[in-house]
Design a binder for this molecule. Structure first.
Ligand code: HEM
Length: 177
């Protein structure tokens, strides 16, 4: 805390929320929802989701300024690439975001922190879609994407979305790529 000599360094979100305990609680709440989701649950290979919990928690901690455990264990996140084995369309994106929004609502200490977290999750989940036929994605030629009407999912709290997702992301330049 505050060991920087320069102009007032803002604390990272990791510090602001209280560190690891917060992220473990967030991810636990999220996977509680996923565990009962008939669309998402089958996509997760593990019986108990322990590994998935650990991977998401360590990724998020690092993304928001915490220790680089994810990088050490998994290397560069390359999240788009790592999601290619799973079909991520509008339905999957929305269900993922619904569970995450519920988890954020449950554990975020303030509305402002909840909004900051969701301002990252909403565009990130959209970016991980791989059903759009874009070159990088696993194009599904037989499937029309016309049904993907809205560009924004319905998850709330995007009110303060400024475009710069974290403002203090010390993580890899683009963890999604
Ligand atoms: C903001 C959006 C998202 C983030 C930050 C995120 C993050 C992650 C991370 C860090 C992993 C572990 C990668 C690894 O090291 O192997 C992962 C795995 C996975 N994600 Fe996502 N994800 C997001 C959205 C989604 C969506 C929309 C789906 C819907 C299908 C999804 C489904 C999965 C599945 C099935 C896995 C494999 C579980 C595992 O780790 O073994 N994710 N995700």
């Amino acid at each position: 805390m505050g060991e920087t000599g320069g102009a007032a360094a803002e604390p990272t979100l990791f510090e602001t929320v209280g560190g690891e305990t917060f992220f473990v609680a967030l991810v636990d709440a999220f996977y509680e929802g996923v565990g009962h989701d008939p669309v998402l649950r089958p996509l997760y290979p593990e019986a108990d989701l322990t590994g998935a919990r650990h991977r998401l928690a360590t990724f998020l901690m690092h993304y928001w300024g915490g220790p680089p455990t994810y990088l050490e264990e998994r290397g560069h996140p390359r999240l788009r690439l790592r999601h290619m084995p799973f079909h991520v369309g509008p339905a999957e994106r929305d269900r993922w975001l619904t569970h995450m929004a519920a988890a954020v609502e449950r554990v975020a200490p303030t509305a402002d922190l909840a909004a900051r977290l969701m301002a990252y999750f909403v565009p990130a989940a959209e970016h991980l879609r791989n059903d759009t036929g874009l070159p990088i994605a696993t194009a599904r030629p037989g499937q029309s994407t016309v049904t993907a009407q809205r560009s924004q999912p319905t998850a709330s709290s995007t009110g303060s979305s400024t475009g710069s997702s974290t403002g203090s992301s010390p993580g890899p330049a683009d963890p999604l790529s």
